[in-house]
Ligand binder design. Structure first.
Ligand code: ZN
Length: 166
């Protein structure tokens, strides 16, 4: 069972990438190539995974990294990240609903920054943003509502993954 409540035979664990600096760097290299012509000075990502990717990209590109933190129902740039008037790339690890990348774009704008480009390691859903978004890989898994799940019909044991799971 995924955090959406749907069932799937597959679960993508982003921390198999985020735990491996050499593998993560391969994703960063692809995104850095896409960001090259945008003249950015900051890369900003949401905690947790997006922040790790932002740090690696900033390290690779020789620019600064900022981190968007959860506050109430949104995200904010705290801790004095000086993005005001600067061109910013916004990144996240996995794009599913697009919620966290949208919230991070808002956080950058609220801090006076100028989001110009977005990038994600893995895209699992469709969204439209006000800025171009690049993904390194796209994944499509079949998902089933619990009532119509062929895996449950086959008697497979349900494991909970994602939020609230292991
Ligand atoms: Zn099922």
């Amino acid at each position: 069972m995924l955090s959406s409540g749907y069932h799937s035979e597959y679960y993508f664990e982003k921390f198999r990438i985020l735990e491996d600096p050499k593998l993560l760097r391969k994703f960063s290299e692809v995104l850095a190539g896409k960001f090259e012509s945008y003249d950015i000075e900051w890369v900003v990502g949401p905690f947790t995974g997006g922040a790790i990717l932002a740090y690696d990209l900033a390290s690779l590109m020789g620019i600064k990294a900022g981190y968007a933190e959860k506050m109430d129902n949104r995200r904010v740039l705290k801790r004095g990240f000086d993005v005001e008037g600067r061109k910013v790339a916004v990144v996240d690890d996995v794009l599913t609903t697009g919620r966290s990348i949208k919230d991070t774009i808002e956080a950058v704008k609220n801090a006076g920054g100028i989001p110009v480009i977005a990038g994600v390691m893995v895209k699992r859903g469709e969204i439209s943003l006000e800025i171009p978004v690049y993904c390194v890989i796209e994944l499509e898994f079949p998902v089933y509502s619990p009532e119509k799940c062929p895996l449950c019909k086959r008697g497979l044991k349900l494991e909970i993954r994602g939020k609230g799971g292991v």
